[in-house]
Design a protein around this ligand. Structure first.
Ligand SMILES: O=C(CO)COP(=O)(O)O
Length: 251
């Protein structure tokens, strides 16, 4: 069975001292066993989090990566750099990166390859705009994003992947997708993965929902067949909310 995953995405929040304080507070809260907890933090916060969580099951993730190994790419961070630090997950293709920083499907595919080659796990983000949903194009849009992101990724690696369905209109808006709509899209992503690979891969890939997930809504989401967890922005910034999210994700 797929282990539920609650991944916090801090986005551009938390200084190093704030990250350290968050980790200390979280370690005082007893996180539920049986749910995997991950915190995806700004690059500079990663060392302190990795140090603080080293004797725990809490995984640390990055929010971005550059796909080249090293070289003249001022300001960028490579997958081998993250791997050496002890990073487990790397978010690839968050809609904010696609929209604000011009990342293309092809960039995201290269990032996924770089992360896998370095021995980490990508969390690949996909999702439609409000206009695309209104026009009934959301299922096809997301299926195309999934296909593009996974181009050339071998079946052995694909089963360990995490895909996060984050409808853009639900991010940071307080306007979450209904649990049935979230589940319908997660199911359709799983069907797409089965078409690209096989049933074994589709059954093991974890598909998260993201977009205004709160402690009060996580249980309902997790009761659905194809939602394996959540990628959480705002509510993952407070230790008590984060702890409640992990508790609510147990199924
Ligand atoms: O973008 C998100 C996580 O990656 C969702 O953010 P919110 O939970 O703040 O809506």
């Amino acid at each position: 069975m797929r282990t539920p995953l609650i991944a916090g995405n801090w986005k551009m929040n938390m200084t190093v001292s704030e990250a350290g304080a968050f980790a200390d507070e979280l370690l005082n809260n007893k996180l539920n066993q049986g749910v995997e907890a991950a915190v995806c933090a700004p690059f500079i916060d990663l060392p302190v989090l990795i140090e603080k969580f080293k004797d725990t099951d809490i995984k640390v993730g990055a929010q971005n990566v550059y796909y080249e190994q090293s070289g003249a790419f001022t300001g960028e961070i490579s997958a081998p750099m993250l791997k050496e630090l002890g990073v487990h997950y790397v978010i690839a293709g968050h809609s904010e990166r696609r929209e604000l920083f011009g990342e293309s499907d092809s960039d995201i595919n290269k990032k996924a390859h770089a992360v896998i080659e370095a021995g980490m796990v990508p969390i690949i983000c996909v999702g439609e705009t409000e206009a695309e949903r209104d026009n009934g194009e959301h299922t096809e849009k997301v299926a195309n994003q999934v296909k593009a992101a996974l181009q050339g990724v071998k079946a052995e690696a694909a089963g360990d992947l995490v895909i996060a369905y984050e409808p853009i209109w639900a991010i940071g808006t307080g306007k979450s997708a209904t649990s049935d709509d979230a589940n319908a899209m997660c199911k359709s992503i799983r069907t797409k993965v089965e078409k690209l690979y096989d049933k074994g891969v589709a059954d093991s890939v974890r598909i998260l929902y993201g977009g205004s997930v709160k402690p009060a809504t996580v249980e309902e989401l997790m009761s659905k067949s194809d939602v394996d967890g959540a990628l959480v922005g705002g509510a993952a910034l407070k230790t008590d909310d984060y702890t409640a999210l992990v508790a609510g994700a147990l199924r």
